[in-house]
Design a protein around this ligand. Sequence first.
Ligand code: G3P
Length: 217
Amino acid sequence: MKLFIDTAITEEIREAASYGIISGVTTNPSLLAKSGRKLEDVIEEITTLVNGPISAEVTEADADTMYNQAKQIVKEINNENITIKLPMTIDGIKVCKKLSSEGIKTNVTLIFSVPQAILAMEAGATFISPFMGRMDDRYDSHDAGYNLIEEIDEVRRIYGYKSKIIAASIRNVEHVKEAALAGADIATIPFKVIKQMYEHPLTTSGLATFKKDAEGK
Ligand code: G3P
């Protein structure tokens, strides 16, 4: 499973990129607001940090304006990794179809059901983003997000859809494991959780023992 970082804070992206395991970046308007910067400036900088798909989300709701906004982002940034993130709405899916037919990478976000995933895959989305954490919250369950991804993956297999599944709304390392087991191609992960993935108490205590033994204490 490929690992993307889910943030618009470029310091976090720079640090995670230095670990050598990051293949792409996703942002959204809430993450962008936290960075306090303009979308184009942030995305432009990210293109210098990571060589892989970089999702920039549109904010317009109506299909024509959304399409124009998407084209403007693509034109301004002018980088083949730019991926237009679109909402799971009738307008978003219309724009997905249009951009996909023009060869522009797309990521349909806020997917919470298999029928929604089918719509996005039929529209030729490059990526689809089911939200694990918010699914678990909504159904007060530990496996709602897992089940959603597993079912989308099964439908994708039966019908041969080419869209890649990005497990989004990852809140902890357990979600990373579930995304991988459920068949996600990619998990997009907050910086804090990426760092937690390296940790295990037995790794820490094992290292301490090795160090002590190596020093002959
Ligand atoms: O990738 C989508 C993600 O940013 C949403 O995460 O934690 O706000 O549900 P969360």
